[in-house]
Design a protein around this ligand. Structure first.
Ligand code: SF4
Length: 462
């Protein structure tokens, strides 16, 4: 018997970043770009803008991009370069001191920075800096960048000091930095989080996802490589390498769940990837069904693929109410049921009497899957076969995805039959790791939450 788990049954991305160089009205473009990556973080957001006077103007706050940046805020955010950030907190609580971008002044000048990801050796680096007298103002691991960069910037220059910082920090970071009118953008040596460059009106844009480039009409130029630092200034783009690490470990969950379907990650379109997982899911697990239903929204592309491969009609058996807050704290079972009913609603005339191939992207804690299966049964579904377009999620993430701990993951200590029984489905099937890689058209990904094979050292217990 599996106990009811935490109701907070969704994976959450930590953050998204944007940088703009040499574009008039940079803050308005950044606003649109940040809205395009709002799905990566809804708790807080901010911008640091720099004009010809090299002064940084910063505005940030809790809430959505549209709330933090009302129309009249742009008159105070004048400049042709800026960085921006949307935040979902994982390593630190959501206090205002942790909202990015951060800015700091060292003996080389003032700079602003923002990052997406999670530094796994943050505690080690922080305590060694505290030992030599450094004081920290936030609990965010991002602040480590400031300390490490500030120690060397005057003697070695910005690019060298950023590379030195990137070399010392282990884990996931896609980082944007604005220093002395130059935009720097850097990815960790494993390449966990995406970061792309585009061209806009004679200037440049970097963003966590290409959907942000599309939203502002920027032309995609290329992805920033794992272990690469780019400096974008008056002389165009300069590229440096802070690491020669050979591995490429893009987070598989970016493809499976987080990224927008209209984004391309390292040359692979997210919608097309998800469709391929659906097709491969059918090859591996054909089930007897009358209709295919995808759990909205992130599983709709995989459901399309399953339907195309199986020739079983794709139906809209579940509707999602997009106006319900994503994080809905439900203290009791009845409130949890109500929470799912508020978010998701079955179309009775579609599902009644049908055997359903229900496609979802992942099962984290199992509570939502259980409630969706119950919703479909209550609406008259005859059979519900649950098909997951990824392998069994069994290990926590240390690279910026909020999964909770192992004891909150149903896949950590239960086999497929036990999970199937818990969620109340007629059958349950997962995509294999081989099929996942095949769908991504590449030979390596970070798949640590499925396999427990973490690309980095973990520097601590668990
Ligand atoms: S552990 Fe999972 S969620 Fe975390 S980076 Fe790797 S694939 Fe992504």
């Amino acid at each position: 018997m599996i106990e009811s788990r935490d109701s907070f049954d969704e994976l959450h991305e930590e953050c998204g970043v944007v940088g703009i160089y040499g574009v008039d009205g940079a803050s308005r473009h950044a606003f649109v770009a940040l809205e395009a990556i709002q799905h990566r973080g809804q708790q807080a957001c901010g911008m640091a803008v720099c004009g010809s006077d090299r002064r940084l103007r910063i505005r940030k706050g809790a809430g959505l991009v549209k709330d933090v940046f009302p129309d009249d805020s742009f008159s105070q955010l004048l400049g042709d370069s800026c960085i921006g950030h949307v935040r979902y907190p994982t390593t630190a609580v959501g206090g205002r001191e942790n909202i990015q971008p951060f800015s700091t002044t060292c003996n080389a000048g003032t700079f602003a920075y923002a990052h997406n990801g999670n530094i796994v050796n943050a505690d080690h680096i922080k305590s060694s800096l505290e030992d030599i007298g450094h004081l920290f103002q936030s609990t965010s691991d991002s602040e480590l960048f400031a300390h490490l960069i500030g120690m060397r910037a005057r003697d070695e220059g910005w690019a060298q000091s950023i590379m030195s910082a990137a070399n010392q920090l282990d884990g996931a970071f896609s980082t944007v930095i604005l220093a002395e009118g130059v935009l720097y953008a850097c990815r960790d040596k494993y390449g966990f989080r995406p970061l792309s460059i585009g061209r806009l009106e004679g200037g440049y844009v970097v963003a966590s996802e290409t959907c942000a480039l599309n939203a502002i009409g920027a032309e995609f130029l290329r992805d920033i490589d794992p272990g690469e630092l780019v400096a974008i200034g008056p002389d165009g783009i300069k590229s440096y390498r802070h690491s020669q690490h050979p591995g490429r470990y893009m987070c598989a969950m970016e493809f499976i769940y987080f990224a927008r379907p209209d984004s391309d990650i390292e040359g692979c379109n997210v919608h097309e990837f998800r469709k391929r997982t659906g097709r491969l899911l059918f090859e591996e697990h054909p089930v007897p069904a009358d209709i295919v239903v995808g759990v909205p929204d992130s599983s709709l592309s995989a459901a399309m693929g399953y339907s195309e491969a199986s020739r079983i009609p794709l139906e809209r058996g579940l509707l999602k109410n997009i106006y319900v807050a994503r994080t809905f704290i439900q203290p009791s079972q009845s409130m949890r049921d109500l929470g799912v009913r508020m978010k998701m609603s079955p179309i009775r005339s579609v599902v009644e009497g049908k055997s359903i191939a229900l496609i979802d992207d992942s099962i984290v804690r199992g509570t939502t899957s259980r409630q969706i299966v119950r919703l479909l049964r209550d609406a008259g579904a005859r059979e519900v076969h649950m098909l997951i377009a990824s392998p069994k999620y069994a290990w926590p993430c240390f690279y910026g995805i909020d999964t909770g701990t192992s004891d909150q993951l149903i896949g950590a200590d239960h086999n497929v039959e036990e999970i199937c029984e818990y969620i109340g489905a007629d059958s349950l099937h997962y995509l294999s790791e081989q099929a996942l890689l095949k769908a991504s058209c590449r030979t390596t990904l970070c798949t640590a939450c499925f396999t427990g094979n973490y690309p980095t050292a973990l520097y601590g217990p668990e």
